[in-house]
Design a protein around this ligand. Structure first.
Ligand code: PMP
Length: 392
């Protein structure tokens, strides 16, 4: 069918430049090893930090939920699609995050969009770290509030913006807790100090920190001992939790408001029983199997050290997200392709996901990886790095 030639041209230009990418389908379940093109390779690209996507307890919870409640909910939450289990999960998440209440959305992405678009008006201003996740940026685009950006994790820059914005009714500082492309942690103690000094609200997106940082994986707020001092915590159920969805944990007032004004919550069908019950089980696993998080960090230290010993540039990562920065976009894709040929699945990531000239292969180890798998992966990185001239 004709009509999309104008898009095809752009795609062809990407093909010529070597930046056109096809999706890479897995032919197995998610895990430390996956099957791609019929070949078993080591998985270093997933967000499955604790291996919960295939945890026996979550599988069982999901299967039992299907048997007992079927596969769908048939409605949005506010009409006929709230199951008792949705509220059970929300109570559990609020308890986990040490907040009064929580609300589950369809994804982490829609949580950020839903919260930001709902709670800010033209007399307010949102103040955002320049490297915040796309879902925060899109959420900000949906608000009619003033918009200010501060330099990445730069507290001088944040204070300047706070000084400039004193005439607004409400100011909301928003930041990723852990930055998804570099793996660095937001300087939350300083953000809290500034927010308290200038009477601003704080919203932290802990997509990559929940299940990873803090006691039993409670996230960055708990990691820094700041429980009760951060107004809004956003999380995802799709990464360490291993399933699907997003949530916001905050005061009862904010949650009641979002039930009435959070557009993705209001206008999109609720989570199916299998997803909801698996998420409930996942929180119990976090509370009862802390050794998974210990293993995640042990693997992180081993792998990061190995990459640095090989001579790679791993940026300022402080978490299991370890970028191997190569700079050039085409080189990052060539690196990824070579790694795959050597039995390692680690995706190249380039502009617009990261800044131009900062292309990388991003790695994430999980609690499921064995030392032997990680060593095998390091050998592949060393060999591919030398062949492509990234390493001397
Ligand atoms: N926030 C951050 C910081 C993320 O990295 C992601 C996932 N890419 C999201 C939000 C979106 O989460 P989800 O995949 O659950 O939509």
């Amino acid at each position: 069918m004709k009509g999309f030639e104008y898009l095809q041209e752009e795609l062809e230009a990407m093909q010529k430049a070597g930046t056109f990418r096809r999706l890479i389908p897995l032919e197995s379940e998610q895990g430390s090893k996956v099957i791609i093109n019929g070949k078993e390779v080591i998985q270093l690209s997933s967000n499955n930090y604790l291996g919960l996507t295939s945890h026996p307890r979550l599988r069982r919870a999901a299967l039992e939920a299907v048997e007992k409640y079927g596969v769908g909910t048939g409605s949005v939450r506010t009409i006929a699609g709230t199951l008792a289990m949705h509220e059970q999960l929300e109570k559990k998440l609020a308890g986990f995050k040490h907040t009064e209440a929580s609300l589950v959305f369809q994804s982490g992405f829609t949580t950020n969009q839903g919260v930001l678009s709902a709670i800010l008006s033209p007399e307010d201003v949102v103040i955002s770290d320049e490297l915040n996740h796309a879902s925060i940026i899109d959420g900000i685009r949906l608000t009619k509030a003033g918009r200010k950006v501060y330099k990445h994790v730069d507290m001088k820059s944040l204070e300047e913006v706070l000084r400039e914005t004193q005439t607004y009714r409400k100011r909301l500082i928003v930041s990723d807790g852990v930055f998804s492309m570099d793996g660095n942690i937001a300087p939350l103690p300083q953000i809290v100090e500034l927010a308290e000094k200038y009477d601003a609200l704080i919203m932290i997106d802990d997509a990559h920190a929940s299940g990873v940082l803090g006691k039993n994986g409670r996230g960055t707020v708990n990691h820094f001992g700041l429980d009760g001092r951060v107004h809004i915590q956003v999380g995802t159920l799709s990464k360490a939790i291993g399933v699907l969805g997003g949530y916001v944990a905050s005061t009862q007032t904010l949650i009641d408001y979002l039930i009435h004004k959070g557009r993705p919550f209001l206008f999109s069908t609720s989570h199916p029983p299998a997803v909801t019950m698996a998420c409930i089980e996942a929180i119990d696993v976090l509370l009862e199997e802390p050794e998974l998080i210990d293993r995640l960090w042990e693997n992180t230290r081993f792998f990061k050290q190995g990459l640095e010993d090989l001579g790679f540039h791993t940026g300022k990562s402080e978490t299991p997200i370890t970028p191997v920065i190569v700079g050039d976009e085409v080189l990052s894709h060539q690196f990824s392709d070579k790694l795959l040929a050597f039995g390692v699945f680690a995706q190249g990531i380039a502009f617009p996901t990261v800044a131009k000239g900062m292309a990388r292969v991003r790695t994430i180890v999980t609690a499921q990886h064995s030392k032997q798998e990680l060593q095998q992966a390091l050998d592949a990185f060393g060999k591919a790095g030398k062949e492509l001239g990234i390493l001397q």
